[in-house]
Design a protein. Structure first.
Length: 209
């Protein structure tokens, strides 16, 4: 009798940080490192990652709404993303990198907006009871550095227009979560040069089994 052999499950890696921390600058570099290992790679983002998720992203980034509506919409986008992109890819052995995931909901909706963290726990346990990233890379910078980088480059969305105390609380919640789960998080000092960050990322990805 022939026995089917399931492919080894892929790895799930997420990127986090306050706006302007330098996340987008480095994601393509990490994607290339992973492809160089010969892995199939799916590169995605949240909110978004699916056609419906991208519509939800537009709303979340540009329309004013109640903070609980905002939380529900980012988790609605996530539910779709997990079902249509993340789980199928991991199941066939591909690696998945996502520009943000649930830690962003804790940091922005919880830390930044002040939504009860217990409600976010409930949503996370509902939407992905058994799925967490294998690795989360947190790009950390002080607010003034992030703000200077943002001002230099782009049209600001609804989050990027928030005040300093919002980002202070967002950054603190990211750091609190990183301290709570040191085995999942790698915190990168994103005030260092792009080259130094790349070297650190190469080390982190190279060390993955
Ligand atoms: N280590 C760094 N040193 C100096 N500038 C950086 C660094 N990392 C990113 N930047 C610049 O800061 C700006 C914002 O970076 P970006 O990657 O878009 O941030 P994020 O995706 O975290 O919001 C970009 O213009 C980028 O070139
Ligand atoms: C995934 C997620 C993102 N966000 C916010 C954080 C960011 O400000 C925004 C997404 O923007 P971001 O990922 O920074 O994209 P860009 O680099 O194109 O600006 O959405 C939440 O508030 N909650 C979430 O759960």
């Amino acid at each position: 009798m022939s026995q089917s052999i399931l492919p080894a499950r892929g790895r799930f890696i997420t990127f986090e940080g306050i706006d302007g921390a330098g996340k987008s600058t480095h994601i393509q570099f990490v994607a290339e490192l992973i492809r160089a290992r010969g892995q199939e790679l799916v590169s995605s983002r949240e909110p978004g990652g699916t056609p419906l998720g991208e519509k939800l992203r537009e709303m979340v980034l540009h329309d004013a709404m109640h903070l609980e509506t905002e939380a529900l919409l980012v988790f609605a986008s996530r539910r779709e993303h997990i079902a249509r992109v993340i789980e199928p890819a991991l199941a066939r052995g591909a690696w998945v990198i996502s520009d943000r995931f649930t830690d962003a909901s804790f940091a922005y909706q919880g830390g930044g907006r002040g939504l009860d963290l217990a409600k976010l726990d409930t949503l996370a346990n509902w939407v992905h009871p058994a799925l967490w990233p294998d690795l989360t890379i947190l790009f950390d910078v002080p607010l003034d550095v992030a703000r200077a980088r943002l001002d230099a480059t782009r049209q600001l969305d609804r989050f990027e227009q928030e005040k300093a105390d919002f980002f202070l609380a967002t950054r603190n919640e990211y750091l609190r979560r990183a301290a709570q789960e040191p085995q999942r998080f790698r915190v990168i000092d994103s005030t260092q040069t792009i080259e130094a960050t790349r070297a650190q990322l190469a080390e982190i990805i190279g060390a993955l089994p």
